[in-house]
Design a binder for this molecule. Sequence first.
Ligand SMILES: Cc1cc2nc3c(=O)[nH]c(=O)nc-3n(C[C@H](O)[C@H](O)[C@H](O)COP(=O)(O)OP(=O)(O)OC[C@H]3O[C@@H](n4cnc5c(N)ncnc54)[C@H](O)[C@@H]3O)c2cc1C
Length: 419
Amino acid sequence: MADPPKQRARLSSISPRSLAVIGAGPAGLMAAERLAAEGHAVTVYDAMPSPARKFLMAGRGGLNLTHSEPLDRFLARYSGADGRVEQAIRAFPPEALRAWAEDLGQPTFIGSSGRVFPMAMKASPLLRAWLQRLEGASVVLALRHRWQGWTSDGHLLFETPAGRVTRSCEAAVLALGGGSWPRLGSDGRWVPILEASGVDIAALTPSNVGVRLSWSDLFADKFEGHPLKRIAMTVGAVTRRGEAVVTRGGLEGGIVYALSAAIRQMLDAQDEAKVTVDLRPDLDEAELGKRLERPRGSQSLSTFLRKTAGLAPVAVGLLRESGKPPADPHDLARRIKALPLHVHGVMPIDRAISSAGGVRFTEIDGRYMLRSRPGTFICGEMLDWDAPTGGYLLQASFATGAAAASGVCSWLAEDAKPN
Ligand SMILES: Cc1cc2nc3c(=O)[nH]c(=O)nc-3n(C[C@H](O)[C@H](O)[C@H](O)COP(=O)(O)OP(=O)(O)OC[C@H]3O[C@@H](n4cnc5c(N)ncnc54)[C@H](O)[C@@H]3O)c2cc1C
């Protein structure tokens, strides 16, 4: 393992300052690490009894840290950030994140889809090593401290089990997360606090979220939790290939998340969004039709479609959900290749992987500092950017955390200059 940050050469020549980071998720902890490496006295506050709960949850099904695709393609995944997240990622790109993880004793590997995971798959070993590093750099973790804003004389105000306390610092980084999965800590309760300070915030809305469909009881009872593998889904002009999972009230999973922004937009304008599913995207319609011309004999439709078209029972169930399957083989092929689904909503924000919206980029300067509140910096998912799943959310959270820390250092350095 490399030297802990405390022992690394300090990059700036400013004297140590007392700094606050609020929010112990990936963005806040990265900011804290960078600031401590500069020799500052850093306290990280978090409302929860333990740090980085969402990060740990993200590791449950395999922690997708980042993605290995070429940087230009990677950067094109972000929307709403006006090039600012892209800048932060260029300064702390996926290779730097992988090297950082390796430095913490957690080497990574590239999965078949190009996604990057730690070898251990889970987030807990990485977080353990990270917290140890931060402790070695004298970063103080103050848990059960819910930030509530500022006092009239500019001190930070926290609600703690012992009552309200105030803390002073020379600069503060806010890394309070978005609004999804609020029980993990990031509940968006910071929105009215910042709005009351005059900060313009785009409403937090669910992103990377499942969609609502009205299944028959028969289908939901039989197939809830079943994956629809290797399908393609189209919304308007956008098609994605991958996997979706049937839920009691709709669909979740990678391709659904990838299309959720387009679906949400459609639902803003109309009551329903039409989604088309191709259950055999790797077979063209004519070839599929030819296969379906084979005599069915005494086989059930399900067995016939499994043998001739390679459809799993859940796919046949889905086919049946859209009405009686056509008897003509070519009509049936057409239906299998373009199965219409009528989405009537997206799941609520507390079931979303991430949220879109947040502090608008017009509110912060090039150093990630609030224009209206010098000395307060913003990073992570609480900023107004959006991205699909695939490692893009964590990469941007880490990278903007690092960018905000650089911003703090340049602001302190300017402040230290003689007039
Ligand atoms: C189930 C799930 C799986 C995911 N999987 C992946 C994945 O594999 N790959 C990926 O890239 N992304 C994934 N994500 C998204 C990713 O976890 C988030 O984008 C990322 O954690 C955001 O980091 P952050 O530091 O900005 O905010 P958060 O991780 O949300 O951290 C914010 C912190 O601020 C604290 N806080 C909030 N308000 C206050 C307050 N008022 N006072 C004090 N503290 C406060 C919270 O307690 C929290 O600890 C997943 C998300 C979920 C829900």
